[in-house]
Ligand binder design. Structure first.
Ligand SMILES: *Cc1c(COP(=O)(O)O)cnc(C)c1O
Length: 394
């Protein structure tokens, strides 16, 4: 794969320390809650520095298996430090709680992962008196007029964003936000650390849920935050994790490390299948529109070429038919299971906006029949055959 030589070494070999683990090629799952020291002084020394990474005290603070995963992700994202969480939402909530105070103002892209919006609207706003301005992310003037000095603490981004895979200019937004001393946060899950490096473009905090491509097998939940600001990570975000304890268990960390080792070959195949399926769908006369970052017809193809090194196997389509017909269409698919999430080996079809409010549909300029397809690892020929059969029934 082009341009990811270093990353291939990080996913396979970073944090290999065979001599620590009886020369085992795979590090053990440290299923222990605490670590013991011969003297009280040694224990105190290990427990007193939140930024030290050599010694372990208690599982809520640090676990050796979890720590291997954190070292790999930090290196992959060009960060100084990564902190792993029990879920992507745990990571997202920790980032918001760390960067904001009671009364803080947040600027948020309108089509970010919906539970993050709900966390802001139904928790942060009523409980902490915070305020939120939703923006498209594509209009720098709109972002600038949303910034309120000194209240705006955080800008929340996602690129490509859920639903229609809109892309925003991360470098330009980071530059603008920093003029207003606003921290920037991005959900980089879609791109994986292989296809997009937000920290190198000036974004402060990068998040991934590991429940998707990184885990890759639909068998774990996990999340991670990573930043070039080590102090922010160790003294603030790590402490927030300790207090509300969204800690990833060692078994999940071990599975995430295992998933990570094959991430490059999996996303390369996902991209191949995604391109083939999206290209085929675009030529189908029953499809009104295909939303996929890999298509030359994507309205932001130039920015995508500049900012991304690759494409996912996630796309959305609108059929030339009523939303009820779209429901029947996805029910006719056999290989695409009807379920949320994505990133595993199995293909999925869902209509994420079926119950959306009209104003959200107007913003995205789509109807509630929008179908999101996730292409798994069943191979493009099998998936296209499945789609062909479902179209034949229309
Ligand atoms: C699934 C998902 C999340 C949430 O992650 P969990 O691990 O399920 O909490 C966040 N962002 C995106 C883009 C997702 O797809």
């Amino acid at each position: 794969m082009d341009g990811i030589r270093e990353e291939l070494l990080a996913i396979t070999h970073t944090a290999d320390e065979y001599n620590k683990y009886l020369n085992a090629v795979v590090p053990p799952v440290f299923l222990n809650s605490l670590h013991l020291y011969d003297s009280f002084e040694e224990y105190l020394e290990a427990a007193s520095d939140p930024c030290q990474e050599e010694k372990f005290v208690y599982g809520r603070d640090q676990n050796p298996t979890v720590h291997i995963l954190e070292r790999k992700i930090a290196e992959l994202e060009h960060g100084a430090k990564a902190i792993v969480f029990a879920s992507g939402m745990g990571a997202a909530a920790a980032a918001i709680m760390t960067t904001c105070n009671a009364g803080s103002h947040v600027v948020c892209m309108r089509d970010v992962y919906q539970p993050v919006k709900r966390f802001l609207d139904y928790f942060c706003v009523p409980k902490f008196g915070m305020t939120v301005t939703y923006v498209s992310g594509n209009d720098l003037d709109e972002i600038e007029s949303a910034m309120k000095k000194p209240d705006t603490a955080l800008m929340i981004l996602e690129s490509p964003a859920t639903f229609v895979f809109r892309v925003v200019d991360l470098e330009a937004i980071a530059k603008l936000a920093h003029q207003y001393e606003v921290k920037t946060y991005i959900d980089n899950t879609c791109m994986t650390p292989l296809f997009q490096k937000p920290l190198d473009l000036g974004i402060d905090i990068c998040m991934h849920t590991m429940s998707k491509y990184i885990g890759g097998h639909s068998d774990i939940l996990g999340g991670v935050l990573v930043s070039k600001d080590k102090e922010l990570m160790c003294e603030m975000i790590k402490t927030v994790r300790e207090w509300y304890a969204s800690v990833m268990g060692p078994m999940e960390a071990w599975l995430a490390i295992r998933g990570l080792r094959t991430l490059a070959v999996r996303v390369e195949e996902h991209q191949r299948v995604g391109m083939a399926v999206a290209g085929w769908l675009e030529k189908n006369e029953k499809v009104k529109k295909v939303y996929y970052t890999g298509l030359a017809s994507h309205p932001q193809a130039d920015l995508i070429r500049r900012q991304q090194k690759g494409h996912t196997s996630l796309m959305s389509i609108e059929l030339d038919a009523a939303p009820e017909e779209a429901v029947k269409f996805i029910n006719r698919l056999h290989l695409f299971g009807k379920g949320c999430s994505w990133g595993g080996f199995e293909s999925l079809a869902i209509m994420p906006l079926y119950k959306a409010e009209q104003k959200e549909l107007d913003f995205l300029q789509v109807n509630r029949g929008l179908i999101r397809l996730y292409c798994g690892l069943e191979g493009s020929e099998n998936l296209i055959e499945d789609l062909e059969r479902a179209f034949a029934g229309m």
